[in-house]
Design a protein around this ligand. Structure first.
Ligand SMILES: *[C@@H]1O[C@H](CO)[C@@H](O)[C@H](O)[C@H]1NC(C)=O
Ligand SMILES: *[C@@H]1O[C@H](CO)[C@@H](O)[C@H](O)[C@H]1NC(C)=O
Ligand SMILES: *[C@@H]1O[C@H](CO)[C@@H](O)[C@H](O)[C@H]1NC(C)=O
Ligand SMILES: *[C@@H]1O[C@H](CO)[C@@H](O)[C@H](O)[C@H]1NC(C)=O
Ligand SMILES: *[C@@H]1O[C@H](CO)[C@@H](O)[C@H](O)[C@H]1NC(C)=O
Ligand SMILES: *[C@@H]1O[C@H](CO)[C@@H](O)[C@H](O)[C@H]1NC(C)=O
Length: 449
């Protein structure tokens, strides 16, 4: 039975006696109250017991915490000194703290590296010391060399005929052949020359070799680009790369010309070309873009392979018609007087085009296309004007209904200048409505690049 419910029930009966009928009798109440009292005292007893237990625990905790606190403040281990040739890491000497010892380079630690301040207020482990490492223990000196131990390093005293940090290399005996090329040898090297060999033919293409005597055998070497020569291998002769690789498997060394140089070679290009970045080929210089041309204001600069051309577009003088320049490259006929048939049969316009091509261009190939923008007639006809010279190299074909093309039919060897006039005529029931001339000038270079 819940004590709280019993109490509520009893109180309501005492305060509201009108409910007499439902309330228990006096005797019954007395019994219930006694029961509740018993319950409460039992509760009280257990509550007090737990309180006591709690107090005990708190006291225990307090005392242990207090002990620790006094230790932490007061308990220190004796001061530790850093070992000679070493360092100590960690400043606190309190209980529970650690210090570490590091040795300087070249020294090794003997003892305990990490030490802890124990509750007994003493350090764990042994007092460390830093001991010089004996680099000679591994016998690093070769070929009978004697090792000398030094701090953090060793040195070798080599036996005769050997040199190097570990006496690993045989001592070379250098000598430089004396020649008359003062530029070839620095004065210091020349002075150190041990023997003088008969002067060889000299010059930048012949240089002294560099010889080394290793344990009785002579080895002579040359700088790159030179080959050993002479009876005693005492000279180095320049390799003529231009000759040697004239037509090598990888093709010509240079696209245009090769110049042999002491120890090397160099490619050159004809005037109007610069050597490309790879040093082998030639690329055209655009004189028109770089102002390396002398064209006047009323001229146009046409860059060609290896040069440039200054051109001036002048409108043609044709009987019965007059022309006016409508753009730098185009002339158009002034309107013809009425009933002037001779005038109306002259070309309506002349267009000028300049092409730069390399020599020996493969053929056949399309060089130029002419197209009618707004054809008025029902038929367009394309034809090539000019003599036999022109027809030897060119032909004109229709490529679609409104387009004709100028074809190169055979390779041209430069330097040359070729001209071809392409006529486009508009027809309506076989009556010519207009003629349009395109004048193509082709500058063929001397070289194929
Ligand atoms: C260190 O302990 C002593 C008793 O051993 C005490 O008198 C002193 O106050 C303590 N020092 C500190 C800093 O608590
Ligand atoms: C070196 O050559 C020059 C000419 O090139 C000559 O005049 C000179 O006497 C030569 N010297 C020696 C030491 O042979
Ligand atoms: C080409 O060579 C000329 C000298 O010959 C030099 O002045 C010019 O800068 C070069 N141009 C290029 C694009 O290398
Ligand atoms: C440009 O100079 C060249 C010579 O370098 C000369 O032959 C040519 O006539 C000159 N052209 C003009 C338009 O002055
Ligand atoms: C066309 O030009 C020629 C020669 O200049 C001249 O003889 C002829 O009369 C001209 N014809 C017309 C229609 O003007
Ligand atoms: C022209 O080029 C062809 C290959 O395209 C080559 O066989 C021929 O030798 C060249 N001619 C000249 C003159 O360089």
């Amino acid at each position: 039975m819940n004590a709280a419910i019993v109490i509520t029930l009893l109180c309501s009966c005492l305060l509201h006696p009108t409910f007499g009928q439902d309330c228990p009798s006096r005797q019954e109440i007395h019994g219930s109250l006694k029961q509740v009292q018993k319950l409460l005292s039992a509760h009280e007893a257990s509550y007090l017991q737990s309180l006591r237990n709690l107090k005990k625990k708190i006291n225990l905790l307090q005392s242990s915490a207090g002990k620790q606190a006094t230790r932490a403040i007061n308990g220190t281990c004796p001061k530790l000194e850093a070992p000679i040739n070493g360092r100590k890491l960690g400043k606190s000497h309190s209980v529970g703290h650690e210090v570490h010892v590091l040795c300087d380079p070249g020294y090794e630690l003997v003892g305990t590296e990490s030490r802890v301040c124990q509750e007994s207020l003493s350090w764990s482990g042994q007092q460390p010391t830093c001991r010089d490492i004996n680099e000679c223990t591994s016998s690093p000196c070769l070929n009978g060399g004697t090792c000398v131990d030094e701090v953090n390093q060793f040195s070798c005293v080599c036996a005769k005929g050997w040199a190097g940090a570990t006496c690993q290399s045989p001592v070379p005996t250098f000598f430089v052949t004396m020649t008359n090329t003062s530029a070839a040898i620095s004065p210091a090297t020349a002075a150190a020359a041990a023997s003088t060999l008969p002067a060889a033919t000299t010059g930048p293409f012949v240089r002294p070799s560099r010889c080394t005597i290793i344990q009785g055998t002579t080895h002579c070497t040359c700088e790159p680009g030179y080959t050993i020569s002479g009876r005693d291998s005492n000279t180095c002769t320049d390799i003529d790369e231009c000759e040697l690789f004239h037509n090598g498997q990888a093709g010509k060394l240079c696209l245009h010309a090769c110049v042999n140089t002491p120890g090397g070679y160099r490619c050159t290009c004809p005037a109007g070309y610069n050597v490309t970045r790879d040093g082998r080929s030639c690329k055209d210089i655009d004189e028109c873009a770089t102002r390396q041309n002398n064209c006047t204001k009323d001229q146009m600069c046409i860059n060609t392979y290896g040069g440039f051309q200054c051109v001036r577009v002048d409108c043609p003088k044709i009987p019965n018609a007059t022309y006016v320049k409508t753009s730098p490259m185009r002339c158009e006929r002034n309107p013809c007087p009425l009933d002037n048939k001779a005038c109306s049969q002259t070309p309506n316009s002349f267009s000028y085009h300049y092409l730069a091509v390399v020599s020996n261009l493969s053929a056949p190939r399309v060089m130029f296309r002419v197209s009618a923008l707004r054809p008025i007639g029902e038929t367009l006809r394309f034809s090539l004007l000019g003599g036999r010279q022109t027809r030897r190299h060119f032909t004109v074909q229709r490529s679609d209904r409104v387009t004709g093309q100028l074809m190169l039919v055979s390779p041209v060897q430069g330097p040359a200048m070729l001209e071809a006039d392409v006529e486009m005529s508009e027809l309506e029931r076989r009556v010519q409505l207009g003629r349009y001339i395109t004048k193509v000038t082709m500058y063929v270079s001397q070289y194929e690049f």
